[in-house]
Design a protein around this ligand. Sequence first.
Ligand code: BG6
Length: 509
Amino acid sequence: MNNLASPFIMVIFGASGDLTSRKLIPALFKLYCNGLFPEKFVILGVSRTYFSDESFRDKMHKNLESTIIDSKEKYCLSSFVSNIFYFAMDTRDEHVYSLLSSKLEEFTGKLEIAPNYLFYLATPPNMYSEICKSLAKESLQKEKPGKYWRRIIVEKPYGKDISSAKDLDKVFTGIFKESQIYRIDHYLGKETVQNILVFRFSNGIFEPLWNRNYINYVEITAVEKLGVLDRAGYYDGAGALRDMVQNHLMQLLGIMAMEPPAKFNEQMFRDEVHKVIESLRPITEEDVSQYVVRGQYVSPSDNNTVKGYRDENGINPDSRTETFVAMKLFIDNWRWSGVPFFIRTGKAMPTKVSEIVIHFNSTPYELFEKQCTGLYCNKLIIRILPDEGIVLEFGLKEPGSSFEVRQVSMDFKYDSLSEGKRLPEAYERLLLDCIMGDPMLYSRTDTVEASWKFLDPVLKSWENDENNPLYGYPVGTWGPIEQEKLMTDGRTWTNPCKNLTNNKDYCLL
Ligand code: BG6
C-alpha cells in the first residue's frame, strides 16, 4: 500500500484501558514512524477517567519508550505524541456527545482538514450499542462520499451467542452502513496468516493436493501457556469457545479451506471465507459430546502452589467456564467432503503456539524397510507463531548400503524472508487498512453470524445439559485425555514444540 492516508481524527473510546496502551497506541506509533500517516491527524482518547491532554500524552509517552527499537523511532516519539489529545466524558451519557462533536469540529477547523472520523470501540462490549446510538444522535456516523468518511472499529466479542450478535448487528447496521463497520479479528492482521493466502494461491504445486483426494486430516491449534491472568471479569463470562473459536479459529479455518477467489479483492475474498463457514456440517445439541470436548485447567496434583482456573483471582469457585476446547468439524463441499478438521485451543498448556498441520494420505503400501507408514509421514506445518515458518515432512534414504527410510523435513523460516526486520504487529496492518478504507481483513457481518449459528448448539448444550462433561486437565498439560476420542482411524493430535523444526532432541517447550 503506497498511497498515503487522508488526514483523519481517530477517537478511541475506552482510552484509559489496557488495549489502548498495550496495542493501539504502539501500533499507531509504528505506522507514524514508518511514514504511513498523513501530515495532519489527531488521536483523541476518550474515557471517564480524568486526564488532561498533557497527562495522557505523558502516560502514552512513557509507555511507548519501552517499545522503541531504533534511533528513528526515538526521533519520532515526541512529534507523534504531540498529535494525541484527551477528552474525559461519561460515554453512557448521551448528552455529552454534542460536546464531543464540537471538540471534533474544533480540530478539523484548526487543522483545516476534512472531517474524516474513525471511532474505535475499546470499551466493554455492553457499551457498544449505547455509544453507537449516541454518535448517531449527533449525526457523527454520517459521511459524504468523495468529501469525508466515517468508520467504526469494533473489538470482539461481537455478541455472546447468535441472538445477541444479531441484536448488536441490528444496532450497528441500523446506524452505519456495512462498509463503515470494521469488526476486528487480530488473527487476520498477522503476517503469517495473510501468507497462507499467498502460499496457497501464488504457487501451482500445492493446489492439486489441497483437497479430499490427498489430504487425510487437518489440525488447527492455537494454545497458550498462560492462564486467565487478570481478565477474569471478561473471561469467566466468555470461555474458550467464544474467546478463540468463534472468531480466530473460524477465520483460520476459512483461509485454510477456502476456494481461490476469482479476484483478490475484499468482496471476493470475504465471500470465499464465508462459504467455508456456511458449509460446516451442523452439530446438533444432542451430538455435541461426540464432536466437542471441553476442559478447565486444574492445579497439578504434585504442585498445589500452581493455581487452577477456579483458584484464580475473580473467578467463581464453582465456575464451569471452559478454558480448553477441542472440536472435530466437517466441511460439506466438493473439496473437503469427508476430511475431518480438528481445532484446538486452550489456556495453561505446555507452550504458546498457533499452527495448522495438514496430514497427507500415506503411500498405498510399504515398499522400503523402516518406511514411515500411517498418517504421520507427510505433513505440512504452517506455523503462525512463534518461530514463524513452514515445514514439509517426508521420507528419504538413510545413507548406506540399504534402503532404510528416515523422516526429514524441509523448512522455511520467516526470519529469512524479513531479513531480520521486525514483522509488523497485527494491529498495525489492521489499523492502517481501516484508515485507508480497506475492510478485507476484517470480519463481515454474515460470516460472524454464520460462525455463531454453527456454534450456538454447542453453547446451548453446555448450558442446558448438566451431563455434558467439563473435564479437568492439570496446568501445563495438553488438555483432557478425552480429546483423544475425537481422533479415529489412526489419527493423532500433534503436540507442537515451541521450535518449529521440532527435532525431539531440542524441543524446548
Ligand atoms: C485474544 C484472546 O483475542 O487472543 C486472548 O482474547 C488470547 O484470550 C489472544 O490470549 C491470543 O492472541 P495471540 O495473537 O497471542 O495468539
